[in-house]
Design a protein around this ligand. Structure first.
Ligand code: GLP
Length: 257
Protein backbone atom coordinates (compact mmCIF):
# COMPACT_ATOMS: atom_id res chain seq x y z
CA UNK A 1 0.00 0.00 0.00
CA UNK A 2 1.35 3.41 -0.86
CA UNK A 3 -0.04 6.05 1.49
CA UNK A 4 0.15 9.54 0.01
CA UNK A 5 -0.69 12.47 2.28
CA UNK A 6 -1.19 15.86 0.65
CA UNK A 7 -2.16 19.23 2.14
CA UNK A 8 -5.64 19.51 0.63
CA UNK A 9 -8.42 17.70 -1.19
CA UNK A 10 -7.58 19.77 -4.25
CA UNK A 11 -4.01 18.44 -4.27
CA UNK A 12 -5.35 14.89 -3.95
CA UNK A 13 -7.75 15.41 -6.86
CA UNK A 14 -4.93 16.84 -8.96
CA UNK A 15 -2.72 13.84 -8.30
CA UNK A 16 -5.60 11.43 -9.01
CA UNK A 17 -6.36 13.30 -12.23
CA UNK A 18 -2.72 13.06 -13.31
CA UNK A 19 -2.58 9.32 -12.63
CA UNK A 20 -5.74 8.73 -14.65
CA UNK A 21 -4.48 11.07 -17.38
CA UNK A 22 -1.27 9.01 -17.63
CA UNK A 23 -3.19 5.73 -17.75
CA UNK A 24 -5.62 6.90 -20.44
CA UNK A 25 -2.79 8.37 -22.56
CA UNK A 26 -0.91 5.08 -22.34
CA UNK A 27 -3.99 2.96 -22.94
CA UNK A 28 -6.88 4.96 -24.44
CA UNK A 29 -9.09 1.85 -24.24
CA UNK A 30 -8.50 1.27 -20.54
CA UNK A 31 -11.22 0.17 -18.13
CA UNK A 32 -11.96 2.45 -15.19
CA UNK A 33 -13.83 1.45 -12.05
CA UNK A 34 -15.77 4.46 -10.80
CA UNK A 35 -17.19 5.45 -7.43
CA UNK A 36 -19.90 7.79 -6.15
CA UNK A 37 -20.39 9.75 -2.94
CA UNK A 38 -18.95 13.17 -2.21
CA UNK A 39 -15.32 12.01 -2.19
CA UNK A 40 -14.74 11.56 -5.94
CA UNK A 41 -16.51 14.80 -6.93
CA UNK A 42 -13.30 16.89 -6.89
CA UNK A 43 -11.51 14.19 -8.88
CA UNK A 44 -14.27 14.18 -11.52
CA UNK A 45 -14.04 17.99 -11.75
CA UNK A 46 -10.31 17.60 -12.37
CA UNK A 47 -10.93 14.97 -15.07
CA UNK A 48 -13.39 17.32 -16.77
CA UNK A 49 -10.77 20.08 -16.64
CA UNK A 50 -8.16 17.75 -18.14
CA UNK A 51 -10.64 16.77 -20.85
CA UNK A 52 -11.38 20.40 -21.75
CA UNK A 53 -7.93 21.92 -21.34
CA UNK A 54 -5.48 19.07 -21.91
CA UNK A 55 -7.16 16.92 -24.58
CA UNK A 56 -7.84 14.01 -22.29
CA UNK A 57 -10.24 11.84 -24.28
CA UNK A 58 -12.49 9.18 -22.79
CA UNK A 59 -13.90 8.15 -26.16
CA UNK A 60 -12.42 4.64 -25.97
CA UNK A 61 -12.62 4.20 -22.21
CA UNK A 62 -14.97 1.66 -20.64
CA UNK A 63 -16.26 2.21 -17.12
CA UNK A 64 -17.89 0.14 -14.41
CA UNK A 65 -19.41 1.72 -11.33
CA UNK A 66 -19.13 0.02 -7.98
CA UNK A 67 -22.75 0.03 -6.96
CA UNK A 68 -26.35 1.17 -7.29
CA UNK A 69 -29.42 1.40 -5.07
CA UNK A 70 -32.08 -1.22 -5.68
CA UNK A 71 -35.40 0.34 -6.61
CA UNK A 72 -34.09 3.56 -8.16
CA UNK A 73 -34.17 4.09 -11.91
CA UNK A 74 -31.25 5.73 -13.67
CA UNK A 75 -33.19 8.98 -14.00
CA UNK A 76 -33.90 9.24 -10.27
CA UNK A 77 -31.74 12.15 -9.00
CA UNK A 78 -30.41 10.02 -6.11
CA UNK A 79 -29.42 7.06 -8.27
CA UNK A 80 -25.77 6.48 -8.90
CA UNK A 81 -26.36 6.39 -12.69
CA UNK A 82 -27.80 9.90 -12.44
CA UNK A 83 -24.88 11.00 -10.25
CA UNK A 84 -22.36 9.78 -12.81
CA UNK A 85 -24.16 11.50 -15.67
CA UNK A 86 -24.17 14.77 -13.75
CA UNK A 87 -20.72 14.64 -12.20
CA UNK A 88 -18.75 13.21 -15.13
CA UNK A 89 -20.31 11.51 -18.13
CA UNK A 90 -22.28 14.52 -19.45
CA UNK A 91 -19.14 16.68 -19.42
CA UNK A 92 -16.65 14.38 -21.16
CA UNK A 93 -16.62 12.43 -24.42
CA UNK A 94 -17.15 8.96 -22.97
CA UNK A 95 -19.39 6.70 -25.05
CA UNK A 96 -22.42 6.10 -22.81
CA UNK A 97 -22.73 2.57 -24.19
CA UNK A 98 -19.35 1.84 -22.62
CA UNK A 99 -20.42 3.04 -19.16
CA UNK A 100 -21.84 0.46 -16.79
CA UNK A 101 -23.76 0.99 -13.56
CA UNK A 102 -25.69 -1.95 -12.06
CA UNK A 103 -29.38 -1.83 -12.92
CA UNK A 104 -31.23 -1.19 -9.66
CA UNK A 105 -34.53 -2.00 -11.34
CA UNK A 106 -33.55 -5.42 -12.68
CA UNK A 107 -36.31 -8.02 -12.24
CA UNK A 108 -33.79 -10.70 -11.50
CA UNK A 109 -31.16 -9.14 -9.26
CA UNK A 110 -29.02 -12.27 -9.11
CA UNK A 111 -28.86 -12.49 -12.90
CA UNK A 112 -28.01 -8.78 -13.08
CA UNK A 113 -25.13 -9.31 -10.64
CA UNK A 114 -23.80 -12.33 -12.53
CA UNK A 115 -23.94 -10.52 -15.84
CA UNK A 116 -22.17 -7.48 -14.31
CA UNK A 117 -19.30 -9.74 -13.25
CA UNK A 118 -19.31 -11.37 -16.69
CA UNK A 119 -19.15 -7.97 -18.44
CA UNK A 120 -16.10 -7.00 -16.37
CA UNK A 121 -14.40 -10.27 -17.33
CA UNK A 122 -15.25 -9.80 -21.01
CA UNK A 123 -13.36 -6.51 -21.23
CA UNK A 124 -10.34 -8.04 -19.50
CA UNK A 125 -10.91 -6.66 -16.00
CA UNK A 126 -10.68 -3.22 -14.44
CA UNK A 127 -7.37 -1.41 -14.93
CA UNK A 128 -7.88 1.24 -12.28
CA UNK A 129 -10.51 1.33 -9.56
CA UNK A 130 -11.41 4.57 -7.79
CA UNK A 131 -12.68 4.14 -4.23
CA UNK A 132 -13.99 6.24 -1.38
CA UNK A 133 -14.58 4.75 2.04
CA UNK A 134 -17.72 4.69 4.17
CA UNK A 135 -17.52 5.73 7.82
CA UNK A 136 -18.12 2.08 8.78
CA UNK A 137 -15.25 0.92 6.56
CA UNK A 138 -17.28 -0.06 3.52
CA UNK A 139 -15.93 0.06 -0.01
CA UNK A 140 -18.56 0.06 -2.72
CA UNK A 141 -21.46 -0.95 -0.52
CA UNK A 142 -19.61 -3.86 1.09
CA UNK A 143 -20.77 -3.35 4.62
CA UNK A 144 -18.99 -4.80 7.70
CA UNK A 145 -19.00 -8.62 7.66
CA UNK A 146 -18.95 -8.74 3.86
CA UNK A 147 -17.01 -11.77 2.74
CA UNK A 148 -13.56 -10.68 1.66
CA UNK A 149 -13.97 -12.87 -1.42
CA UNK A 150 -17.48 -11.68 -2.28
CA UNK A 151 -18.54 -10.91 -5.87
CA UNK A 152 -21.21 -8.55 -7.20
CA UNK A 153 -24.42 -9.18 -5.28
CA UNK A 154 -27.27 -7.63 -3.36
CA UNK A 155 -26.48 -6.14 0.07
CA UNK A 156 -28.53 -4.56 2.83
CA UNK A 157 -27.27 -1.15 3.98
CA UNK A 158 -26.36 -0.62 7.62
CA UNK A 159 -28.16 1.99 9.72
CA UNK A 160 -24.95 4.03 9.74
CA UNK A 161 -24.74 4.09 5.94
CA UNK A 162 -28.43 4.97 5.65
CA UNK A 163 -27.85 7.89 8.03
CA UNK A 164 -24.68 8.99 6.20
CA UNK A 165 -26.35 8.89 2.81
CA UNK A 166 -29.63 10.49 3.93
CA UNK A 167 -28.13 13.90 3.10
CA UNK A 168 -28.62 13.15 -0.60
CA UNK A 169 -32.32 12.29 -0.10
CA UNK A 170 -35.28 14.27 1.20
CA UNK A 171 -35.37 12.15 4.36
CA UNK A 172 -33.76 9.09 5.88
CA UNK A 173 -36.88 7.09 5.02
CA UNK A 174 -36.31 7.65 1.32
CA UNK A 175 -32.90 5.96 1.35
CA UNK A 176 -33.26 2.50 -0.23
CA UNK A 177 -32.36 -0.34 2.15
CA UNK A 178 -30.82 -2.54 -0.52
CA UNK A 179 -28.24 -2.18 -3.19
CA UNK A 180 -26.20 -4.02 -5.77
CA UNK A 181 -22.47 -3.77 -5.18
CA UNK A 182 -19.32 -5.22 -6.65
CA UNK A 183 -17.87 -7.57 -4.05
CA UNK A 184 -14.68 -7.17 -2.07
CA UNK A 185 -13.26 -9.99 -4.21
CA UNK A 186 -14.28 -8.12 -7.37
CA UNK A 187 -12.42 -5.06 -6.10
CA UNK A 188 -9.37 -7.14 -5.15
CA UNK A 189 -9.24 -8.44 -8.74
CA UNK A 190 -8.79 -4.95 -10.20
CA UNK A 191 -5.29 -4.18 -11.48
CA UNK A 192 -4.81 -1.01 -9.45
CA UNK A 193 -6.73 0.99 -6.88
CA UNK A 194 -6.82 4.66 -5.88
CA UNK A 195 -8.61 5.10 -2.56
CA UNK A 196 -9.35 8.69 -1.57
CA UNK A 197 -10.46 10.04 1.80
CA UNK A 198 -10.84 13.60 2.97
CA UNK A 199 -11.61 15.26 6.27
CA UNK A 200 -11.22 14.42 9.93
CA UNK A 201 -14.44 12.45 9.91
CA UNK A 202 -12.66 9.71 7.94
CA UNK A 203 -9.53 9.61 10.12
CA UNK A 204 -10.66 6.77 12.44
CA UNK A 205 -11.78 4.47 9.68
CA UNK A 206 -8.68 5.24 7.59
CA UNK A 207 -6.39 4.27 10.45
CA UNK A 208 -8.34 1.01 10.92
CA UNK A 209 -8.29 0.20 7.21
CA UNK A 210 -4.59 0.94 6.67
CA UNK A 211 -2.96 0.07 9.98
CA UNK A 212 -5.47 -2.26 11.62
CA UNK A 213 -5.84 -5.99 11.11
CA UNK A 214 -7.44 -7.33 7.94
CA UNK A 215 -11.01 -7.98 8.93
CA UNK A 216 -14.39 -8.28 7.29
CA UNK A 217 -15.53 -5.87 10.02
CA UNK A 218 -13.60 -3.18 8.12
CA UNK A 219 -14.01 -4.27 4.50
CA UNK A 220 -11.54 -1.61 3.25
CA UNK A 221 -8.79 -3.37 5.24
CA UNK A 222 -8.92 -6.12 2.59
CA UNK A 223 -7.03 -3.70 0.35
CA UNK A 224 -3.93 -4.61 2.35
CA UNK A 225 -4.02 -7.81 0.25
CA UNK A 226 -4.04 -5.90 -3.05
CA UNK A 227 -0.60 -5.52 -4.64
CA UNK A 228 -1.20 -2.10 -6.23
CA UNK A 229 -3.07 0.38 -4.04
CA UNK A 230 -2.46 4.08 -3.60
CA UNK A 231 -4.32 5.64 -0.66
CA UNK A 232 -4.53 9.38 -1.28
CA UNK A 233 -5.43 11.40 1.81
CA UNK A 234 -5.64 14.99 2.87
CA UNK A 235 -3.95 15.88 6.18
CA UNK A 236 -7.09 15.65 8.36
CA UNK A 237 -8.02 12.19 7.03
CA UNK A 238 -4.45 11.01 7.71
CA UNK A 239 -4.24 12.57 11.17
CA UNK A 240 -4.74 9.35 13.17
CA UNK A 241 -2.19 7.22 11.31
CA UNK A 242 0.63 5.99 13.53
CA UNK A 243 3.20 5.91 10.73
CA UNK A 244 2.31 9.28 9.23
CA UNK A 245 5.93 10.54 9.19
CA UNK A 246 7.14 7.39 7.47
CA UNK A 247 4.49 7.63 4.72
CA UNK A 248 5.48 11.26 4.11
CA UNK A 249 9.14 10.36 3.94
CA UNK A 250 8.51 7.51 1.52
CA UNK A 251 6.52 9.80 -0.76
CA UNK A 252 9.02 12.67 -0.55
CA UNK A 253 11.83 10.26 -1.49
CA UNK A 254 9.99 8.28 -4.10
CA UNK A 255 12.41 7.07 -6.78
CA UNK A 256 10.71 8.96 -9.62
CA UNK A 257 10.91 12.41 -8.01
C1 GLP B 1 -21.40 5.46 -0.46
C2 GLP B 1 -20.80 4.72 -1.66
C3 GLP B 1 -19.33 4.45 -1.47
C4 GLP B 1 -18.63 5.68 -0.94
C5 GLP B 1 -19.17 6.03 0.41
C6 GLP B 1 -18.51 7.24 1.03
O1 GLP B 1 -22.01 4.66 0.46
N1 GLP B 1 -21.48 3.52 -1.97
O2 GLP B 1 -18.77 4.01 -2.69
O3 GLP B 1 -17.24 5.46 -0.87
O4 GLP B 1 -20.56 6.29 0.27
O5 GLP B 1 -19.19 8.39 0.71
P1 GLP B 1 -18.62 9.87 0.80
O6 GLP B 1 -17.56 9.94 -0.24
O7 GLP B 1 -19.79 10.73 0.49
O8 GLP B 1 -18.10 10.02 2.17
Amino acid sequence: MEVIILPSEKDCAKLGGQLIFDLVKENPACVLGLATGSTPVSLYKELIRLHKENDLSFSNVTSFNLDEYIGLSGDHPCSYRYFMQEQLFDSVDINLKSTHVPNGLANNIEAECDSYEQSILEVGGIDLQILGIGSDGHIGFNEPCSSLSSRTRMKTLTGETIKDNARFFESENEVPRHCITMGVGTILDTKSVLLFAFGEGKSDVISKAIEGPISSMVPASALQLHPNVKVILDEPAASKLVNIDYYKEVYANRPSS
